[in-house]
Design a protein around this ligand. Structure first.
Ligand SMILES: [Zn+2]
Length: 416
């Protein structure tokens, strides 16, 4: 896969800064940061359907002793050694320890959503937003729950994560795996595919292992949900056309670019813009364009920045022309679209993105032979990555027993 193409589209959309780049450290620009804000806010809202989450950001330094008491000697963190016996620090190693101790000190269950960067030593290749040394955004939700409700709570977050990914038009299947490095007592992974069809993990959902719970000194179970900017990288790999990024409307800092002409009537325009603004539609407007060339320049610019829609007013007096994406298509609208009309056009765009990625997803799962129904005894002979959740029962494909469930098979072993 060419990692550079999606990174270039993100640069052109002014999400991230281009070269020169420090290895593994992406510098974000304003629109990219706004997209991250929108993503986190959407996650917060989905979580708020059942709980009352708050967003936190931890300091840059963390006392080594506190971290090592939980995680031991992980070698991939950056340390700052104090001279002459002072406390040693780590640079942003992890959110879990801070978040959970913060909740416990406040005698709160959470959830708390930590948003910030994590520094990790990643040797080898560091494709941007994929395997960074400074991982930003690293979004991590933690919640303390009684043991009896832990699995139900994890299942709620499975639905939250699936909905979040679906609003990014990224197809996903959730798989329950065996313990990974003794991190989770219960582990769910949200699995999608890369453009070349290889499976990849987009989010992790855990009820922490009893060893970690003990190390954190918490009598309650701890739910841990995490995802990173990799979600945005995947969007940039999938959702593009000849003009660059075509973002899903939830993530787009700019949903609608408006091109106006010299003769555009100012009063009517101002009233329409006020309506769009009140409805929360994120738009920008060009200065009055006197030539077609000017108009195209602005339209291209909106599209390059990832805008799903561009609307041109008064190409002919009174005309309203909407330019959609994937591929570029222009059509005349009967008049200025109401906020509801704009939302409908945005949904149509999102559906187009979703159907193209869903098709690739299904095909990749088929071609890779990733989904098989098997009973426990036949499954013992397969390279099982995990069981699909919610559990899908059916006949075993190998021995025809009625005890089969859908399993995710991976010949390549673990993937990330
Ligand atoms: Zn069988």
């Amino acid at each position: 896969m060419k990692y550079t193409e999606y990174a270039r589209d993100l640069e052109r959309a002014t999400f991230i800064m281009g070269a020169p780049r420090s290895k593994g450290i992406v510098v974000w620009a304003q629109p990219g940061m706004q997209a991250v804000k929108l993503l986190v806010e959407h996650f917060r809202q989905l979580t708020a359907q059942r709980f009352a989450p708050h967003v936190v950001e931890h300091g840059f330094l963390m006392e080594s002793a506190q971290y090592r008491a939980v995680f031991g000697d992980y070698a991939n963190v950056y340390s700052l050694f104090a001279p002459l016996g002072g406390a040693d620090y780590l640079l942003r190693p992890d959110n879990l320890v801070n978040t959970v101790s913060g909740l416990r000190d406040a005698d709160a269950a959470g959830p708390a959503i930590a948003v910030g960067g994590l520094l990790r030593d990643s040797p080898g290749k560091t494709p941007p937003l994929f395997r960074d040394r400074y991982i930003w955004p690293a979004v991590q939700l933690n919640q303390r729950v009684p043991k009896e409700t832990a699995e139900g709570t994890l299942d709620f977050y499975r639905r939250v994560v699936e909905e979040l990914l679906s609003s990014l038009a990224l197809p996903v299947i959730t798989v329950r795996t065996g313990p990974i490095a003794d991190y989770g007592r219960l582990t769910y992974l949200a699995v999608s595919v890369l453009p070349d069809g290889r499976p990849t993990v987009l989010a992790t959902l855990y009820v922490l292992s009893s060893r970690l719970k003990k190390a954190l000194g918490d009598p309650l179970d701890i739910v841990d949900i995490g995802f990173t900017g990799k979600l945005i990288a995947l969007c940039a790999m999938f959702h593009t056309d000849g003009r660059g990024l075509a973002l899903p409307s939830m993530l787009a800092p700019l949903q609608l670019g408006i091109t106006v002409g010299d003769a555009t009537e100012q009063g009517k325009l101002a009233a329409w813009l006020a309506e769009l603004k009140d409805a929360g539609i994120r738009y920008q407007m060009s200065p009055p364009c006197s030539t077609l060339r000017d108009r195209h320049r602005w339209e291209k610019r909106w599209h390059r920045r990832g805008a799903p829609l561009a609307i041109g007013l008064d190409r002919r007096p009174g005309s309203v022309i909407c330019a959609g994406r994937l591929p570029l298509r222009r059509r005349e609208l009967p008049g200025l679209p109401s906020p509801d009309d704009v939302r409908a056009l945005l949904s149509e765009h999102d559906r187009r993105l979703a159907s193209s990625t869903a098709e690739l997803f299904e095909r990749s799962l088929d071609d890779g032979g990733h989904l098989r129904k098997a009973c426990p005894s036949c499954a013992a002979d397969l390279p099982v990555f995990g069981e699909v959740v919610p559990v899908r029962r059916g006949r075993c494909e190998f021995c025809c027993s009625a005890e089969g469930t859908s399993l995710f098979i991976s010949d390549q072993g673990r993937f990330y």
